[in-house]
Write a protein that binds this ligand. Structure first.
Ligand code: NAD
Length: 244
C-alpha cells in the first residue's frame, strides 16, 4: 500500500486532500501542529472508515529537526513515503508599510522553510525508493502578488522556484514535483477576510464563485496518480479563472 504524508492536514484543504487520497487507496500520514488540532473534527476517523491506515505525526513543520523526525517516523511506520503534500500554511496580512518583521519571518518560516525541510528529508527517502510525488500548495498570490500579502506572496513564489528546482534535481530518480496555485478557496484561512475583501476577490473570478477544498484535492489526486507520470516542474492554477 502506498503512503501519502500531508502537512497541516487537520482541517481545510489539507483535510480534503487526505480524504481524497484515502479514497484513491493511499494510507494517510496526517500532520498538524499538535493533537489539539484534530480534537474537534473527525477527519482521521473518516479516512480510516475508507479502509486505509491513518496515523497522526504532530509537529511544527517550520522546524528543520522536527521535519527530519516526522519524515523518518512516517517512513518507519508505513515503510515508504510515496506522496508528499506540502500544505501547511498561514497568513499574517498587512500592508508593507506596517508589516512587522515578525509577521514577515513567521510566514516565511511556516510556508516556505517547511517546504525546504520536507523536500530535503522526504526527498532523501524518495531518492532511495527511486519513486515519489511531491505536491506543494502555492497560491495565485505567488504568481501575481496581492496587496497586503508581501510575506505570503514571497513564500508562495518561492515554493514555485523550489518545485522547479527539485523537479530538476530528482527527475532522473523517478520523482516528480509539481505545485498547485489555488485562488480563493472556502476554508478557515479565508473565513477571516472581511466581506469587502471577499467581494473584491469574487468580482475578479470568471466563474463568479469561490472554490471548495475538494476542488483542490481533485487536482492533487491527479498529480499523485499514474495519470500524471510525465508531468513535473509545473504549476497548476485552480482559481475559477481568476486570471486568463
Ligand atoms: P487552514 O488555515 O484552513 O489550514 C492550514 C492548516 O495548517 C491548519 O490545520 C494549521 O493548524 C496547519 N499549520 C499551520 N502552521 C503549521 C505548522 N507550522 N506546522 C504544521 N501545521 C501547521 O488553511 P487552508 O486554506 O486549508 O490552506 C492550506 C494551504 O493552501 C496553505 O498552504 C495555503 O497557503 C494554501 N492556499 C489556500 C488558499 C485558500 O483560499 N484557502 C488559497 C491559496 C493557497
Amino acid at each position: 500500500m502506498a503512503t501519502a504524508l500531508i502537512t497541516g492536514s487537520a482541517r481545510g484543504i489539507g483535510a480534503a486532500i487526505a480524504l481524497r487520497l484515502a479514497k484513491d487507496g493511499f494510507d494517510i500520514a496526517f500532520n498538524d501542529l499538535n493533537e489539539g488540532c484534530f480534537e474537534n473534527n473527525d477527519i482521521v476517523d473518516r479516512v480510516r472508515a475508507l479502509g486505509v491506515k491513518a496515523e497522526i505525526f504532530c509537529g511544527d513543520v517550520s522546524k528543520h529537526d522536527v521535519c527530519e523526525k516526522i519524515a523518518n517516523d512516517v517512513n518507519e511506520h508505513f515503510g515508504s513515503i510515496d506522496v508528499l503534500v506540502n500544505n501547511a500554511g498561514i497568513t499574517r496580512d498587512g500592508l508593507l508599510a506596517r508589516m512587522t518583521e515578525e509577521q514577515y519571518d513567521s510566514v516565511i518560516a511556516v510556508n516556505q522553510k517547511s517546504v525546504f525541510n520536507m523536500m530535503k528529508f522526504v526527498g532523501n527517502i524518495m531518492r532511495r525508493q527511486k519513486h515519489g510525488r511531491i505536491i506543494s500548495l502555492a497560491s495565485v498570490a505567488g504568481l501575481y502578488g496581492n496587496p497586503g500579502q508581501m510575506n505570503y506572496s514571497a513564500s508562495k513564489a518561492a515554493i514555485i522556484g523550489m518545485t522547479k528546482t527539485i523537479a530538476k534535481e530528482l527527475g532522473s530518480r523517478g520523482i516528480t514535483a509539481n505545485a498547485v496555485a489555488p485562488g480563493f478557496i472556502r476554508t478557515p484561512m479565508t473565513d477571516k477576510l472581511t466581506e469587502e475583501q471577499k467581494a473584491a476577490m469574487l468580482a475578479q473570478i470568471a466563474m463568479k464563485r469561490y472554490g471548495e477544498p475538494e476542488e483542490i484535492a481533485g487536482v492533487v489526486s491527479f498529480l499523485a496518480s499514474d495519470d500524471s507520470s510525465y508531468v513535473t516542474g509545473q504549476v497548476i492554477e485552480i482559481s475559477g479563472g481568476l486570471s486568463m
